[in-house]
Design a protein around this ligand. Structure first.
Ligand code: ATR
Length: 277
């Protein structure tokens, strides 16, 4: 064990330069007057296991894990929370004093907290949810929505088999709709989520027909660059309640920061501004 008294944490992924997590954790460390550092680490797949062995010896208390290592990190952990097992991926690792690696996944938690904070009147039980996409992020969203009491989820993904795999894992409450008819999942939905990367800077927009959107539905996008995607702009025009994806990134970081540095940080406008710097 290192004699280092300053706790170190960080984020592991590749590429990693675009990550907003270093600004975010750096902002919280400063705001709470805590000693500590949060360091981005560009690690390729072959090195992940070795890096996870070395970091605790260097004084690291844990790391966030991002693309493409979330599934591998889960397999390398000694202990795994139920929600990480359900999602099949880890975004947070805690290096315990006994040498064991504890894996968690706070993406679903961050997703729900973002909605609770920015759309306090949202009622998940009011009607079915519609989800575009069936990748890793969709798994976290499905887990969180079912946990929050959504009665049914309609899901549409370009590659249908991925949506069917989700249905196989999460059961009868999920209904798969073909991508060519993706607009149909909006008709009854009171909660609408884009989990695809469509709409992100440098990617085409989500071109699903939106005329089925229900007035008053809650519409959220996991994409946060740009903050206002076409989906959110159109939904707002149609009288929906919209929430951008930045808050999910901020809220998913809260439990990790608390475990590593001992203080539960707030998510407010200063936190948003820090992450956008
Ligand atoms: P993440 O972990 O962020 O969800 P992912 O597992 O690569 O990343 O999933 C990305 C999602 O965006 C998937 O639903 C993907 O659809 P496919 O499963 O068909 O790949 C969706 N996506 C990405 N580019 C897309 C495009 N051009 N058209 C439609 N869907 C797209």
């Amino acid at each position: 064990m290192s004699e280092n008294k300053i706790p170190l944490a960080g984020v592991i992924g590749t590429p990693i330069a675009h990550s907003k997590s270093p600004q975010l954790h750096g902002h919280w460390l400063k705001r709470h007057g805590l000693k500590g550092f949060y360091i981005p680490m560009d690690v390729t797949g072959d090195d992940l296991a070795d890096v996870l062995k070395i970091l605790p010896k260097m004084g690291f208390v844990g790391v966030n894990i991002t693309v493409p290592h979330k599934e591998s990190a889960l397999k390398l952990a000694d202990l795994v929370t139920d929600r990480a097992t359900l999602i099949g991926a880890a975004n947070t690792l805690i290096f315990r004093k006994d040498g064991k690696i504890h894996a968690d996944n706070t993406d679903g938690y961050g997703f729900i907290q973002n909605l609770r904070q920015n759309a306090p009147d949202w009622n998940p039980a009011a009607g079915p949810a519609a989800i575009f996409g069936a990748g890793g992020a969709a798994r976290a969203v499905v887990t969180a929505l079912l946990d929050a009491g959504v009665p049914e989820i309609l899901i549409s993904n370009r590659t249908r088999v991925r949506a069917e795999a989700l249905q196989a894992d999460f059961g009868k409450k999920l209904r798969v709709v073909d991508w060519v008819k993706a607009g149909n999942i909006l008709e009854e939905a009171t909660t609408v989520v884009n989990t695809t990367s469509l709409g992100m800077l440098g990617k085409p927009p989500l071109r699903v027909p939106l005329d089925g959107l229900r007035k008053g539905a809650l519409v959220t996008d996991l994409v946060y660059a740009p903050l206002k995607t076409r989906l959110l702009i159109e939904a707002e025009k149609m009288g929906c309640v919209t929430v951008d994806g930045l808050g999910m990134l901020l809220h998913q970081a809260v439990p990790a920061f608390e475990r590593w540095f001992g203080v539960r940080p707030d998510v407010d406008s200063a936190t948003r501004a820090a992450a956008l710097r």
